[in-house]
Structures are given as structure tokens and as C-alpha cells.
Design a protein around this ligand. Structure first.
Ligand code: SF4
Length: 389
């Protein structure tokens, strides 16, 4: 068993690598639903040395938790594991979300030290139908078992949707046989429902969907469903305790819909200004509550943690180091703001929100005009062709 390191995480970074290459083609894939899948590797604007220098503990205020996800398969990008290694060298903790099928990439982990491996967590997306179609089910579980043997932590999670209803018993049995527990469950969104209230990708009633999800005894599922479509009106410390970071461009945002991202790789020696979103979250609900809220961006008395939503303790999915590190909440390392600061920030955010809302409305107005004169679709096609996610 690996030695337990007493890690206190200062900040959480949700990181995107804008690679859209993927060897699977899941019916519910958000990238396919949004029509962004152009099978391109990401272009990195900065060198790995610059990225590493920009993300040192001293600049970020302490050890941080980086969760890295591609727009396609995260490990399809050749630089991903090198970036992970640089972050580990900097002393951070890293999650990698993956479809778990690129065997050679997992073999590379054998070159990492045991101590570094103990600070890696894998989120394995269990894309059962595609794994069956491509005859990759055994290889998927071999890779999960390999990272476990190497000392990494992991979760296996299934996107619950109608496609899987005929296979539920097989899905449960296979996971239980291979990794000692049932998969955790992620609720699957129907992206065609737009930006308003999010619909689930199912023809089942919500009660029936919840009943099926609950048969997996998944804390992750319960938490996600509780928070689905719940507009957050509390003071949110996203921006202070957490951020979103595009690793290819260096652009850091306080959270979703932050209209003022900042390039933090451009001048790696320059101090970063961390400041909370406050009471004016611009999202209709907290899209990734199982990361942000479970890590503690909102002080609402909920004691569930990132680890408690994912670990299957009976099968030791988390190693002792990660169990310790991800069982804390970020308020422990980031005390609440003073009343004065909260008041001042909320006033500023109020005006900021109204300013950017007004800008958004003028964009909608322009779109309506372009549609009326018949050139909107053409412009959209050209810009989506050139889009690098
Ligand atoms: S409530 Fe969620 S989506 Fe809104 S600002 Fe906070 S972390 Fe971001």
C-alpha cells in the first residue's frame, strides 16, 4: 500500500484540452450532439515548459487539483500525459477523464514514480455499447486494472440513457466481476434542449429514470440529480477556489459563461487575480456540480465530497492519498470573504451581469436580422468548420 500524503488542496482547475479526436462514437456524446466533432488534435499556443512554469504552486497559492478532459478522447492528444507529468512534478493532484481504450497510453504510466502515481485519479467513462461494438470491453477493464495495480485511484462511471436499458444487468455484472463494484452513474443530458431547462436523454419519466439510476446505489447519481436544473443563488466562490482553464490557449475563466477570460500562460511570472463569481452565477444551473459543488465552491453546509461521490470503498477505488486529499472541502484552505468584500463584489457582479446580458441580447438581435436576410446558416457553417472546439 502506498504511503499516505497529507494533501490539502487549495484550488480546483477544470481543464480542457480541445482535442476532438475520438475512437468511439457514442450516441449521447455531447461533442457529437453539439456538432463539434471535427476529429482534430489541439494546437498548443505555449510550450510545455511555459505551461509548467505558469502552474507552479507558488503562483497558484498551493497544491491544486487539476481535472483534465478532452473534447474528444483526452489521451488521444499526444501531449496529455506529459502535461499530467509536469503537473505532478509541480506537486499537484490530477484527474484524467478517459474512455479507457488506448492501451499504449496507460503503459506509459509505468515510467512514473509510485509517489506520482498515487496523485493521479482516472475517471473511466464506461461506454458499454461502443466497447461491445468494437470488441474493447476486455481491453477497457484491463486498463482500469492496470492503473489500479500501479497505485492510481479511479472511478468507473456510466452515462445512463435509454440505449443501455436492455443491458443493465450485463453492465452491472461485468463491472462487478472486473473491478469489484457497480459503476457510478452520470445523468445524461439531451443537448438539443438548448440553454434553458436541461432535459435528460431518455423517454422514461424522471421518476422511472431515477429508479433505474438508484439501482446502482450511486452517490454520484443522487447528487447530480439533486442539483439538476437547480439555479444557484448563493454566494459562489468559483473564481477564487476554482477556475476553468483551457490548456491549449492558457485562457482561464472564473466559471462557465464568464465573459472575461484571462490568458495566464502569457506571463508566467505575473500574479493571477482570483476572485469569486459571487451571487451572480450566469448559468441556469451548476453544470458540473459533482466537481465544483462537491469540492466546496458554495458554503451550504453539505458535507459530501468529491471522494464520497465516487469511491467504492469496498473495492478500494481510491488510494489512501487521494481519499484523504479529495475528502476535504475548499473552504478549509480558502476562508470565507469578509462581509464588506462580499457586499462590494456582489454590487460589481450585478452591474457586470447586466452589461454582458445587454451585449448578449444585441447578439440575438443581430442573429435574427442575419436569419431574416438569409445568410445566418452560411456564416454559422463557415465558423463551425474553422472552430477548434
Ligand atoms: S454555481 Fe456552479 S456554475 Fe455557478 S458560478 Fe458556481 S460553480 Fe459556476
Amino acid at each position: 500500500m502506498s504511503e499516505v500524503h497529507d494533501i490539502k488542496i487549495r484550488r480546483f482547475f477544470e481543464c480542457l484540452i480541445p482535442v476532438t479526436v475520438c475512437n468511439l462514437k457514442c450516441s449521447y456524446c455531447y461533442v457529437i450532439q453539439r456538432d463539434y466533432r471535427n476529429m482534430k488534435l489541439a494546437d498548443f499556443k505555449y510550450s510545455l515548459d511555459t505551461i509548467q512554469a505558469a502552474l507552479v504552486k507558488e503562483r497558484l497559492g498551493g497544491i491544486c487539483f487539476f481535472s483534465i478532459c478532452g473534447a474528444g478522447e483526452t489521451l488521444a492528444q499526444p501531449e496529455t500525459l506529459e502535461i499530467v507529468h509536469r503537473l505532478l512534478e509541480n506537486g499537484h493532484v490530477v484527474n484524467i477523464t478517459t474512455n479507457g481504450t488506448l492501451k499504449k497510453k496507460f503503459e506509459v504510466l509505468k515510467n512514473f514514480s509510485n509517489e506520482e502515481l498515487s496523485r493521479i485519479h482516472f475517471s473511466f467513462s464506461y461506454h458499454y455499447a461502443e466497447l461491445l461494438r468494437l470488441d474493447l470491453l476486455n481491453s477497457f477493464f484491463e486498463n482500469v486494472k492496470l492503473v489500479h495495480e500501479l497505485g492510481c485511484s479511479f472511478v468507473v462511471q456510466l452515462n445512463l440513457c435509454d440505449e443501455y436499458m436492455p443491458y443493465l444487468e450485463d453492465i452491472k455484472r461485468t463491472c462487478l466481476e472486473n473491478v469489484g463494484a457497480l459503476p457510478q452513474i452520470a445523468a445524461t443530458r439531451d443537448e438539443s434542449s438548448g440553454l434553458g431547462k436541461v432535459k435528460l436523454m431518455t423517454t422514461l419519466s424522471q421518476d422511472e429514470y431515477i429508479r433505474v439510476g438508484n439501482s446502482f446505489n450511486s452517490e454520484l447519481f443522487k447528487y447530480t440529480m439533486e442539483n439538476l436544473n437547480v439555479k444557484r443563488n448563493e454566494f459562489c466562490y468559483a473564481g477564487e477556489r476554482s477556475a476553468q482553464l483551457n490548456l491549449a490557449t492558457g485562457l482561464m475563466s472564473r466559471c462557465y459563461n464568464d465573459p472575461t477570460p484571462v490568458d495566464i500562460f502569457k506571463n508566467p511570472n505575473e500574479a493571477i487575480r482570483f476572485e469569486a463569481m459571487g451571487k451572480f452565477c450566469r448559468s441556469s444551473y451548476c453544470f458540473n456540480s459533482s466537481h465544483f459543488m462537491s469540492l466546496g465552491v458554495i458554503d451550504n453546509g453539505d458535507s459530501r465530497t468529491y471522494c464520497s461521490l465516487r469511491d467504492r470503498q469496498e473495492a478500494d477505488w481510491f488510494n489512501p492519498t487521494m481519499r484523504q486529499a479529495l475528502s476535504h472541502r475548499l473552504a478549509e484552505t480558502n476562508p470565507p470573504y469578509s462581509k464588506e468584500k462580499i457586499r462590494e463584489l456582489n454590487v460589481r457582479r450585478f452591474f457586470e451581469r447586466n452589461y454582458y446580458n445587454a451585449k448578449g441580447y444585441s447578439r440575438i438581435f443581430a442573429k435574427t436580422i442575419l436569419k431574416k436576410i438569409g445568410i445566418y446558416e452560411k456564416i454559422k457553417r463557415i465558423s463551425s468548420k474553422n472552430r477548434n472546439y
